[in-house]
Design a protein around this ligand. Structure first.
Ligand SMILES: [Zn+2]
Length: 69
């Protein structure tokens, strides 16, 4: 009873394309997907407009404006 099911995913599926993970490129299915993820991650880090968010979320100069809520 040591059958190995070839359809058993190694560790789930590639987060990029959903194909079975290739052990050599864990957790991706290929170098291509690893690169894609890396690029995504890098551009995400540098592309996130954090300033925009902060501007609206938090520090407003108190001008005595009682508006919404
Ligand atoms: Zn993939």
């Amino acid at each position: 009873m040591n059958e190995i099911n070839p359809k058993t995913p190694v560790a789930g599926s590639c987060p990029i394309c959903g194909k079975p993970v290739e052990p050599a490129f864990k957790p991706f299915c290929s170098k291509r997907c690893a690169d894609i993820d890396l690029n995504r991650w890098l551009s995400g880090v540098y592309a996130v407009p954090a300033k925009d968010d902060e501007d609206e979320a938090g520090e407003r100069p108190a001008e005595g404006e009682a508006g919404e809520k």
